[in-house]
Design a protein around this ligand. Structure first.
Ligand code: XMP
Length: 326
């Protein structure tokens, strides 16, 4: 019962409705936690960012945001989290750069599910360690949204990275978005003043670029994924496609081919471009990237990303190809 969206709850589609929701939640959170401290794992994704912005309004410095950088984030992401939440909103933010720790754990690991498991478990461990350093935190906030509740089950569990720290006791959970659908979360995020590129961000898997640096992750290839992804996103944004295509990203398989650069043989890696549309991620169709845009992207990747001599465009729908390659 407690996890059922109230029937009388109006769908949040306008700024005014979002403002009313925000006021209501601020009062509810204040009533729930009083002057106690609340901990939040702030990934920088839409849901946790909106929870952070809302709780900063409600309880200010009593919200402690922990941003764990597992070294598999996209270019500019940790910087944006620090800029928005610490610099602009003046929130309490603990930034943990755990890159070395994750990459060391992942060294030589090829099997996709093992990679996911290592990343997920290590994430909880790092978060727990940080939580233990903070003495009097009573509540844990989470960016749970209504589809998480509706879909909770084996599929979702597999997709979640993070989750609850297991052996830390909290007095309670703070989940202000738990009855909202994704589109409502975005309207609320905008009303809270979050930047559009944060609110309308494409879905990004918990294990991050780790599943796009296929096979055993190496620092070199990870950098190729990060740089080529940044170019793709920039070109999509310039072409007005940001927020219009479900997911678009690059990956770099663990495979080299012969090419030629500056008149010499170059035995290097290649980048794969993937751009798909879907409603529910169960099936997906290909976004037809216009040829002139594709040409610009390819040109920039082969000239700007060291170690890449070739670019491929994956035209496989789901099924049979999943959205990610791992
Ligand atoms: P697939 O590759 O199964 O992906 O077609 C469907 C959607 O789920 C995302 N995805 C993940 N999200 N942890 C996540 O949080 C994961 O391990 C994971 N694997 C895939 C994928 O990006 C797509 O949106």
């Amino acid at each position: 019962m407690e996890n059922k969206r109230p029937e009388e709850m109006e769908r949040i589609t306008t700024r005014a409705l979002a403002d009313a929701f925000i006021e209501e939640q601020i009062a509810a959170v204040k009533a729930q936690v009083g002057d106690k401290k609340v901990l939040l794992a702030l990934s920088g994704g839409v849901d946790s960012s909106v929870v952070a912005a809302l709780l900063i309004k409600a309880i200010g410095k009593n919200l402690i945001n922990v941003h764990v950088n597992h070294g598999l984030l996209r270019k500019g992401e940790p910087e944006q989290v620090i800029e928005v939440f610490q610099n602009q909103m003046d929130a309490t933010l603990v930034y943990v750069d755990a890159t070395e720790r994750f990459l060391t754990k992942l060294e030589g690991v090829e099997e996709p599910e093992r990679k996911r498991k290592i990343i997920g478990e290590e994430f909880i461990r790092v978060f727990e360690e940080e939580a233990r350093k903070l003495p009097d935190v009573d509540f844990l906030a989470q960016g749970t949204i209504y589809p998480d509740i509706l879909e909770s089950g084996p599929v979702k569990a597999h997709h979640n990275v993070g989750g609850l720290p297991e052996d830390i006791h909290f007095e309670g959970l703070v989940e202000p978005l738990k009855f909202l659908y994704k589109d409502e979360v975005r309207v609320v995020g905008e009303a809270l003043g979050l930047p559009a590129n944060m609110v309308y961000r494409q879905p990004f898997p918990g294990p991050g670029l780790g599943v796009r640096c296929t096979g055993a992750i190496t620092r070199d290839r990870l950098e190729m994924v990060r740089e080529s992804d940044a170019i793709l996103r920039e070109e999509f944004a310039n072409a007005g496609l940001e927020g219009k295509v479900w997911q678009y990203f690059t990956l770099v398989p663990d495979y080299k081919s012969v090419g030629v650069k500056n008149n010499v043989r170059a035995f290097e890696n290649f980048v794969v471009i993937r751009a798909v549309n879907t409603r529910d991620a169960m099936t997906a169709t290909i976004e037809e990237i216009p040829y002139d845009l594709l040409g610009r992207i390819v040109n920039r990747i082969i000239t700007e990303v060291p170690g890449i001599n070739r670019v491929l465009y994956d035209l496989t729908p789901k099924p049979t190809g999943t959205i990610e390659w791992e």
